[in-house]
Design a protein around this ligand. Structure first.
Ligand code: PAP
Length: 328
């Protein structure tokens, strides 16, 4: 076993270390090591979370899994899903007991591999109740093929949110710099751009990720819902209604007439969530809640990527998605 693979503070078992030593690996521009497992690049500690999840997760038929490539709208999707299921319990969005007012969406809907299964192979799932009004809701950045065996043909519902690749890349860069409390540096953007394009970025290749969910949504639309961040921005009412229908909690006519759709959208808006005390000052793991909220603008990448960078990404995506029916 190669002990050098082990990074300080990581909870990696001997067995996983031995697995890692058999996998392709590389270091990112910061020197942090990643390995390629089942077609996807993971930091070593996160791979432990993936393996723990694969071995131990027991799905329930009513489970809901919110999936995404990082920086594609996960926080928003989590908030909307929580708000949809909580709406019967909280008539008013200013209700002090609403979970979104006292917790960040990531604290309410944990990631399998980054939160729940990172430190423990058998996390306590008892706090996740499943009742007819609120099923268990989890999230992940893993591609669908990595979850397939663990889900054991469960009819659980999976919602995938996808975002324009260039905006995703810029959002990732801004997040990384904010997390490390460094200035936005061009060299950092360029190195992330390279690993994004050659597929070696954390959770990459992007195209494999998005295609795993896209194909499943085409084959089985009642199992996988494919959403787009840009459509959520441009027609939020239609998209939140679509989400509610898929989740089995469609808005009633009375709810629509009473303005419930807009109430949920207001509660979950970037402006509202980022202004809440819990999101201005709290943190989850080592991440300040506030850095999950930035601009939320469609097309913001234009302000940072050069035309050459944009062309290169466009060409790669066009080539990789060819024939899939998925368009950007
Ligand atoms: P994650 O992968 O770390 O969970 P994720 O929430 O997927 O991050 O993506 C963050 C992006 O969503 C940020 O985009 P930006 O960097 O281009 O601004 C963030 O601003 C945006 N975002 C967060 N919350 C919301 C929200 N409530 N509505 C719209 N966009 C949001």
């Amino acid at each position: 076993m190669n002990v050098d693979l082990k990074e300080k503070g990581d909870n990696i078992t001997e067995e996983t270390m031995s697995l890692i030593s058999s996998l392709p690996s590389h270091a990112d521009a910061q020197g942090k090591k990643l390995c390629k497992y089942q077609g996807t690049w993971y930091y070593f500690n996160i791979l432990q979370g993936v393996v723990n999840f694969q071995r131990n997760f027991q799905p329930q038929d009513t489970d809901i899994i919110l999936a995404s490539f990082p920086k594609s709208g996960t926080t928003w999707l989590k908030a909307l899903t929580v708000a949809l299921f909580e709406r019967s319990k909280h008539r008013s969005s200013s209700d002090d007991h609403h979970p979104l007012l006292s917790n960040n969406p990531h604290g309410i809907v944990p990631f399998f591999e980054i939160d729940m299964y990172l430190e423990s192979s058998t996390p306590d799932l008892t706090k996740f109740s499943s009742s007819s009004s609120s099923p268990r809701v989890f999230s992940t950045h893993m591609p669908l093929h990595t979850m397939k065996e663990a889900l054991k043909d469960s009819p659980c519902k999976i919602v995938y949110v996808c975002r324009n690749v260039k905006d995703t890349l810029v959002s990732l860069w801004c997040f990384a710099c904010a997390h490390e409390k460094t200035e936005l540096s061009r060299s950092r953007l360029e190195s992330m751009f390279k690993s994004f394009c050659n597929g070696t970025i954390f959770y990459g290749p992007f195209w494999e990720h998005v295609l795993s969910y896209w194909r499943a949504s085409m084959e089985n639309p009642s199992h996988v819902l494919f959403m787009r961040y840009e459509e959520m921005r441009s027609e939020p009412r239609g998209q939140v209604k679509r989400l509610a229908e898929f989740l089995g909690c469609a808005f009633t006519k009375e709810e629509e007439e009473s303005g419930m759709v807009d109430k949920i959208l207001d509660l979950c808006s970037l402006r509202n969530l980022s202004g809440l005390e819990v999101n201005k000052s709290g943190r989850i793991n080592t991440v300040d809640h506030k850095i999950f909220f930035r601009k939320g603008e469609v097309g913001d990448s234009k302000n940072y990527l050069t035309p050459d960078m944009e062309n290169e990404i466009d060409m790669i995506i066009q080539e990789k998605l060819q024939g899939s029916g998925l368009k950007y």
